[in-house]
Design a protein around this ligand. Structure first.
Ligand code: NAD
Length: 494
């Protein structure tokens, strides 16, 4: 069985902790690898390697750093198909979907290639007589990224390109459920020629995470994962005086106004709810159907959901793959039963789908007439379950979103520009889609939600990500009066 090791100081580093975790192919249900789970000492070794590399890396010119970042970009691009296959084999999502993930990750490397422009400071000449003022942004030191299973390539690439391009050194602690994509990214990073220790990879679980949160040499922690763990990471890192951003869970609403194009809205709802088996923090999990569009919309969603092709991610005809683990699949199926017993109407029941073999498959489910008190509405299910809440008015839909504790993304479907603009003004969410169900910002903007979807105050990647990984310094400078210079500057002499 394949063993997946840490990568510390530019080398594969087998663990000595004696602890490993299983990695599965969710489409077959078979274990394919064992991943090392780090001890405190192994995390310390990675931090020591990153700390040793920091002075040299920080002193490397911006031009030198960018040159390596371009090479890294080329290598990831050249290996994109292999990376997508690797993601699909451990996560379960279709290879087409995994390719999309790699493309979004690449955007973030490309943004980091522009660091000469994005990191440039401001300069005010003659702010006071003979005085210039300018600001610079400097790296923090050793930074850590802790990432979830659902985007095993894209989320690490939300963090590490900006952090490294800005002159930091970095430790990545990816999800132990699908660690091979980050292994591949770290190998490509070294193939690009980055010095050993600039990027270190430590696999592990709570032991590794808690050591990163407590280690005195870690200056900043960037986290993406579930809300309870995000809260723990934010509180612990904060208490230890670290800079921290912790992106968390979500329950994203799609509001469909009565004037919307039913086919467009139904296509969007089905792809945004069931793509990647609903295991996306920006998945649409609630459709708020306003007024009399509800009946035709539910019917259009039902018709599309029933014909979704569910199968292994490496079958090009599959539109949806399995879930990440057997336990998670069973948990999601449990929510369908809970929704039914709490009074939701089952429009499509994913538990009825039959699958060959032991893969962690579950069919797509649509629940109608859901109310905010039901667990299927209150909880993040993180699976292929779409709930429909019927509301009477636009205002009720906006209030529904405001009353929900999360605030990652929200979308509206309408033909009315004024209504869309009002929604953008009103809605309590960090990312808004107008006839776009999954409004993930491109890499020169930043990604982040509101409420329980983000702990901390900076969003991730783009300008805010760069800001997170740098600290500001303002220089106020005065030189001796030029009239007194020993160099002849052309001033009249006495
Ligand atoms: P998770 O919280 O279980 O794990 C995330 C990371 O935390 C992993 O690296 C894991 O090893 C570590 N971890 C898990 N339990 C821990 C504990 N008790 N103490 C310390 N560390 C721990 O999340 P997941 O299941 O891998 O990912 C799915 C979740 O991530 C969903 O809730 C999803 O909404 C969220 N997510 C959010 C965003 C966003 O941008 N807001 C993006 C992607 C995923």
């Amino acid at each position: 069985m394949e063993q997946i090791h840490h990568f510390i100081g530019g080398e594969q580093t087998p663990s000595t902790s004696g602890r490993t975790g299983p990695v599965f192919n969710p489409a077959t249900g078979l274990q394919t690898a064992q991943v090392d789970l780090a001890s405190v000492e192994e995390v310390d070794a990675a931090v020591a390697s990153a700390a040793a590399a920091f002075p040299g890396w920080r002193a490397t010119s911006v031009a030198g750093r960018v040159k390596l970042m371009f090479k890294f970009r080329e290598l990831v691009d050249r290996n994109a198909a292999e990376l997508a296959r690797t993601i699909s084999a451990e996560h379960g999502k279709t290879e087409a979907d995994a390719s999309g993930e790699v493309a979004r990750g690449l955007e973030n490397i490309e943004y980091a290639c522009g660091i000469a422009e994005t990191l440039a400071g401001r300069f005010t000449e003659q702010a006071s007589t003979g005085i210039d003022v300018y600001d610079i942004r400097q790296p923090l030191g050793v930074c850590a990224g802790i990432t979830p299973f659902n985007f095993p390539a894209m989320v690490p690439l939300w963090m590490l390109p900006n952090a490294v391009a800005a002159g930091n050194t970095f430790i990545l602690k990816p999800s132990e459920k699908d660690p091979s994509a980050s292994q591949m990214i770290v190998e490509l990073f070294h193939e690009a020629g980055f010095p050993p220790g600039v990027l270190n990879l430590v696999h592990g679980d709570k032991v590794a995470v808690d050591r990163l949160l407590n280690h005195p040499d870690i200056k900043a922690v960037s986290f993406v994962g579930s809300t309870p763990v995000a809260r723990h990471v934010h509180e612990t890192a904060n208490a230890n005086g670290k800079r921290v951003q912790a992106l968390a869970g979500a329950k994203n609403h799609m509001v469909v106004l009565p004037d919307a194009d039913v086919d467009l809205a139904a296509d969007a709802a089905v792809s945004a709810a069931f793509g990647s088996a609903g295991e996306r923090c920006m998945a649409i999990s609630v459709v708020a159907a306003v007024g009399d569009i509800a009946d035709p919309l539910v019917e259009a969603i039902r018709a599309r959901t029933e014909v979704l092709k569910i199968g292994p991610g490496n079958d090009p005809t599959s539109e949806m793959g399995p879930l990440i683990t057997r336990e998670h699949r069973d948990r999601v199926a449990g929510y369908i039963g809970a929704g039914e017993s709490e009074g939701a109407e089952i429009v499509v029941d994913g538990r009825r789908n039959e699958f060959d073999g032991d893969g962690f498959f579950l069919g797509a489910t649509v629940l109608d007439r859901v109310t905010p008190s039901m667990s299927v509405y209150r909880d993040e299910i993180f699976g292929p379950v779409l709930v429909i809440v019927r509301v009477d008015s636009y205002r009720q839909a906006v209030d529904l979103i405001a009353d929900n504790k999360w605030g990652n993304g929200a979308a509206i479907f309408t033909r009315d520009g004024g209504a869309a603009r009002q929604f953008q003004f009103d809605v309590d969410a960090g990312m808004v889609g107008i006839n776009v169900p999954i409004p993930v910002p491109v890499a020169n903007f930043s990604f982040g939600g509101w409420g329980d979807s983000l702990f901390g105050d900076t969003h991730m990647y783009g300008p805010e990500g760069l800001r997170f990984f740098t600290k500001g310094k303002v220089v106020t400078s005065r030189w001796p009066d030029p009239a007194t210079s020993t160099v002849n500057l052309g001033f009249p002499t006495n």
